[in-house]
Design a protein around this ligand. Structure first.
Ligand code: UT7
Length: 319
C-alpha cells in the first residue's frame, strides 16, 4: 500500500493589515479585551478586487514551487472553503483553470474551519488507493466578507488568507492517520444562515455565533480527538514535535496543548498576527513554521481543528 507525504507548502496573506486599534473606532471594544480574550493583535483583509481564487492561487503557486512540482503534474485538486467565488463551479475548478491544469479531479469541501483537515484527509485516501499520485490541497477563506462589522462578538475574530500543500504518493508515511467528526445537531451554534433563492439572498448573510458555547465545545472535542489520534497510533504526547492547531483563540490552543502536556514552545501559534482565517489557518501556520525552519523533515506533527457544522478532527503527520 502507498502512503501520502507532504512535499511542499505555501501560504498567502492579503496586504492590508487591520489592527485592534482600528476596530476600537468601529465597535465598543478595546485592544486589551481582544488580546486578553483571544490573543489576536492583527488580521489581514482581502482587497475589494481580490477573490478567494486569487488568494488560493498565490498559496498554490508557492506550494508547487516549494514541492518542485508543476501544475500539469497534479491529478487531484481539493479546496476547503466557506467563501467560494461562485455557487458553481467550485473554486477548485476556478483554481485549476488559473493554474493551467486540465483533467485532474477538482472539487471543494465545505467544513468551515475544519475544511483543510477534511480536504487533506480526502486527498490522503485517494493517494492511498493508488488512484492519485499528486494532490494539491488548499484551505482558503475571505471570511471577513461574512462578518458584520458592527457586531463586536464576531468582527474582532476573523481574517483572510490561503494555505496549500502538495501531497504525493510515497512508500513511507506521510500522513499517519486522520480522524474526522461532525455533529449537525450543533448547526445553530455557529452559522451563516442565508441562502440564495431566485437570485436573492434569503436570511442573514452574516456570521452568528454563540461564542462562549463554541469555546467550551471546542475545548472538549479537541481534547478528545487529539487523544483519539495518539491512541490510534499507540503514541503519547512525547512523540509530538509540533502541534499545529486551528488558530481561533489562544485560550483554546493553550487548553489543547495543556491537555496534551505539550509546552507552548512546541505549538505553532499565528493567531496573534493572522486572526482566525477559517480553512486557511492550519496550512498557513504549517507553512510559516516550515519556512522559518522550526518544522523539520522527519518530525511528527499533530494538526487539529474545529469549526461550524459542527465539524472537528485531527491528523497525525510525519513531515
Ligand atoms: O473556529 C471556530 C470558530 N470560533 C471560535 O472558535 C470562537 C470561540 N469563542 C471564543 O473565542 C470566545 O468565546 C470569544 C472570544 C468569542 C468571547 O470570549 P468569552 O470570554 O467567551 O466572552 P463572552 O462571550 O462570555 O463575553 C464576555 C463579555 C460580554 O459582556 P457582558 O455580557 O459580560 O457584559 C460580551 O458582551 O465580553 C463582551 N464582549 C466584548 N467586549 C469587548 C464580547 N465581545 C467583545 C469585544 N470587546 N470584542
Amino acid at each position: 500500500m502507498s502512503y501520502s507525504r507532504i512535499r511542499g507548502t505555501g501560504g498567502y496573506l492579503p496586504e492590508k493589515i487591520l489592527t485592534n486599534a482600528e476596530l476600537e473606532k468601529w465597535v465598543d471594544t478595546s485592544d486589551q479585551w481582544i488580546v486578553e480574550r483571544t490573543g489576536i493583535r492583527t488580521r489581514h483583509i482581502a482587497a475589494d478586487d481580490q477573490d478567494t481564487c486569487d488568494l488560493a492561487e498565490m498559496a498554490a503557486l508557492r506550494a508547487l514551487e516549494s514541492a518542485k512540482v508543476s501544475a500539469s503534474e497534479l491529478d487531484f485538486i481539493v479546496l476547503g472553503t466557506t467563501t467560494p467565488d461562485r455557487i458553481h463551479p467550485s473554486t477548485a475548478c476556478l483554481l485549476q483553470a488559473r493554474l493551467g491544469n486540465h483533467g485532474a479531479i477538482a472539487f471543494d469541501v465545505q467544513a468551515v474551519c475544519s475544511g483543510f483537515l477534511y480536504a487533506l484527509s480526502i486527498a490522503d485516501k485517494f493517494i492511498k488507493t493508488g488512484e492519485v499520485k499528486r494532490a494539491l490541497v488548499v484551505g482558503v477563506d475571505i471570511y471577513s466578507r461574512l462578518v458584520n462589522w458592527t457586531d463586536r462578538n464576531t468582527c474582532v475574530l476573523f481574517g483572510d488568507g490561503a494555505g496549500a500543500v502538495v501531497l504525493e504518493a510515497s512508500t513511507t508515511p506521510g500522513i499517519m492517520s486522520t480522524h474526522l467528526h461532525a455533529d449537525g445537531a450543533y448547526k445553530d451554534m455557529l452559522t451563516v444562515p442565508a441562502r440564495v433563492v431566485q437570485g436573492r439572498l434569503k436570511g442573514e448573510g452574516f456570521t452568528k455565533m454563540q461564542g462562549n458555547e463554541v469555546f467550551k465545545f471546542a475545548v472538549n472535542v479537541l481534547s478528545e480527538v487529539v487523544q483519539e489520534a495518539l491512541t490510534a497510533n499507540q503514541l503519547d504526547h512525547n512523540a509530538i514535535d509540533w502541534l499545529v492547531p486551528h488558530q481561533a483563540n489562544i485560550r483554546i490552543i493553550s487548553a489543547a496543548a495543556k491537555k496534551l502536556k505539550l509546552p507552548m514552545e512546541r505549538v505553532v501559534v499565528t493567531v496573534s498576527e493572522h486572526g482566525n482565517t477559517s480553512a486557511a489557518s492550519i496550512p498557513l501556520a504549517l507553512d510559516v513554521a516550515v519556512r522559518d525552519g522550526r518544522i523539520q523533515r522527519g518530525q511528527t506533527l499533530l494538526l487539529e481543528a474545529v469549526g461550524g457544522g459542527f465539524t472537528w478532527g485531527a491528523i497525525l503527520v510525519k513531515y
